[in-house]
Design a protein around this ligand. Sequence first.
Ligand SMILES: Cc1cc2nc3c(=O)[nH]c(=O)nc-3n(C[C@H](O)[C@H](O)[C@H](O)COP(=O)(O)OP(=O)(O)OC[C@H]3O[C@@H](n4cnc5c(N)ncnc54)[C@H](O)[C@@H]3O)c2cc1C
Length: 390
Amino acid sequence: MSIFSRVMALMAFELTDDHQKIWEEAYTFSKEVVEPVIGEYEEACRYPLKIFREMGRRGWLGFNIPEEYGGSERDTISYVMLIEALTEGSSSASVGLIVDTHCLASETVRLFGNEYLKEKYLPKLANAELVGGFAITEANAGSNVTNIRATAIKDGDEYVLNGEKSIVVGGEVADLLVASFRVVSDDGNDKITAFLVDTRNPGVEREPVDCIGLKACGLAKFRFKDVRVPEENVLGDIGKGIRVALSVLDFGRIGVASVALGITGAALAHAVEYAKKRVQFGQPIIKFQGLRWLLADLRVEFDAAKLLTLRAAYLRDKGVRYTAEAAMAKLYATELAMRATIKAIQVYGYHGYLKSSPLGRLMNDAKGLEMAEGTSEIQRIVIAREFLGD
Ligand SMILES: Cc1cc2nc3c(=O)[nH]c(=O)nc-3n(C[C@H](O)[C@H](O)[C@H](O)COP(=O)(O)OP(=O)(O)OC[C@H]3O[C@@H](n4cnc5c(N)ncnc54)[C@H](O)[C@@H]3O)c2cc1C
């Protein structure tokens, strides 16, 4: 049997009216509520907490949470539609990435938290009363998460946390962090473990991280100094922190791919609108074949990226392993977002290079997505491993 037959057999999905409705509601909200103000948040490098709370009120932060824990429980295709539309409508990736990272944190609690943690926190994460963050990366632990140096030492029925986390989406305001620490053991075999950390505990310090893009998603670094967390805040088993992180990152990567789709969609829409209006050599530039082909190629790639993303979402909804498919979607969609924004700026000429154009922001946002939740190189490693089976 061909190695591709599994893929072909699993592509029988269709979009429902509900999926379309979610896209339209999120797009309208984003265009009318987010787009007019997001530039101010970007300029000030501030997290748009008011928008976040409103999204919680609408049930958009609880798609991955069952109703019994206060969630709005939708399929993953709905999640793709939501995040794509939020990004495209605002011409900014920040709000889309905020949703994805917050849901990554709540997803970890849903899958690996005990009943006490689920009951205590999931309803508040779903309705946006609490902001969640996901903290793995450290100065010397990026792609290689086994290098984590932050420590957790058992003291009675608590763990004492020390160390740093370098860059966390939503960190500026996060109330809860899903964070990985090295549980120190007497035999010298430290075990990387995931914890749920309440950032309002004494000893947690944070400071903003100023990046070239994604400026309105509250990027921050954390320092933990003798922070005490109860032992029931361990997520999954002691020593299984990397497995915990990798299994939820499959879901997160579908979200990052969806943000990237929104960037490409916005870049294409801007480019088409501009090219219809801009006149050179006596005609709108959209009449020039060179630009028509550029736009046609981007349209093909956009559809390819969207199909890859929907396929990964569909497989997750079917309960089928989707690690490779999520990595393919993330890799292709984020690299496309980078290409698409560069080409859209070319269509605009110098107008696209002006700071007032939304395209520069989209390009800088796209670059960040090629790294967040695993770089393109790491996605290729995952795909090759899954594909070649070695
Ligand atoms: C916008 C943004 C948001 C982020 N948000 C978060 C967050 O919320 N929480 C969090 O924990 N982290 C976050 N990160 C960190 C992100 O997960 C890391 O940037 C990523 O895992 C890569 O780590 P690194 O940047 O240290 O690069 P490194 O691991 O140092 O890699 C440097 C380069 O080497 C390449 N490389 C590394 N290993 C290999 C290999 N085996 N084969 C081939 N090439 C390799 C990489 O692909 C990269 O090009 C965020 C990053 C960005 C840019």
